[in-house]
Design a protein around this ligand. Structure first.
Ligand SMILES: [Fe+2]
Length: 278
């Protein structure tokens, strides 16, 4: 690791210590809920559990290596915490069935292969060489981790700091940015994602969308970048409450965006572009 990256990582860790402390007022042992607990006393269990501390500088490249005991983390909040924007049942099914399924299938797909010891960023960087099972499930696992982290019961408003400045200089203002991002989600045909990402070559912010469980880190992406804000526009993300009205779900989504998390990802990832290309 060169000096720049080391400095970057140190600054990031300091920022995240403060962030984690503001997010987590009481420290309790992490308890992995069983399936039955998750289903029968889901909200109560998730209120007690706290998420894995967010460490973006290590998040993609090191922590997310399947063989290093990659865990299926608890939600950072209760199933009902995002209501009325996203209803409790949708969050429960989305997290405990869909997301967990991608995790389990991803771990099964890489078991016993060289991918097991590979950071997920490297798997994405060569995704065109891997099976559709790896592509769909690695993407499905990773994308949903971002999605849950990008949301918060106390979300909404507008970003500040370096991210706020970068959004304004890139898109003109926040309103223009949010309209373009929303349009990327609305116009994605079928199932997929809208993203705000950092361009791997230029470091600029850009909006894009991908089909299925693809993401901008994959070498198949139209424009490659490090995603910092994810919007899931699969029907399973909104259908119980919004039925066919994807646009209404997207409008409501902004009320729960966790801008401190998105900004921390921006600050943490913007100096890691070279590493992510490999
Ligand atoms: Fe999803």
């Amino acid at each position: 690791m060169n000096l720049k990256l080391m400095l970057s990582a140190s600054l990031l860790m300091a920022a995240f210590t403060a962030f984690s402390q503001s997010e987590t007022k009481e420290k309790k042992p992490r308890v992995k809920p069983t399936r039955s607990q998750s289903t029968s006393a889901s909200d109560r269990v998730n209120q007690r559990d706290r998420p894995h501390p967010l460490k973006p500088a290590r998040f993609i490249s090191e922590w997310m290596t399947p063989s290093s005991e990659l865990k299926f983390n608890n939600l950072p909040y209760a199933y009902n915490a995002l209501e009325p924007v996203i209803d409790s049942k949708t969050v429960e099914i989305h997290y405990d069935k869909h997301h967990r399924g991608y995790y389990n299938n991803f771990m099964a797909a890489v078991k016993g292969t060289e991918l097991e010891k590979m950071p997920i960023s490297r798997i994405f960087a060569n995704i065109s060489s891997h099976s559709s099972a790896v592509r769909n499930n690695a993407g499905g696992f990773f994308n949903h981790v971002l999605y849950w982290q990008n949301l918060s019961p106390d979300g909404g408003g507008e970003p500040s700091g370096e991210l706020g400045k970068a959004i304004n200089s890139t898109f003109g203002d926040f309103k223009t940015f949010s309209e373009k991002f929303s349009e990327a989600g609305k116009s994605r045909f079928g199932s997929g994602w809208a993203w705000l990402a950092i361009d791997l070559n230029t470091g600029e912010l850009f909006i894009t969308s991908t089909a299925n469980q693809d993401n901008p880190l994959m070498n198949t992406a139209e424009r490659r970048g490090i995603p910092i804000l994810a919007l899931d526009v699969w029907e399973h993300a909104y259908y119980l409450n919004y039925q066919n009205k994807r646009a209404d779900y997207i409008t409501a989504f902004w009320k729960k965006v966790n801008w401190p998390d998105v900004e921390a990802k921006y600050n943490g990832y913007k100096d890691m572009r070279e590493e992510m290309k490999k």
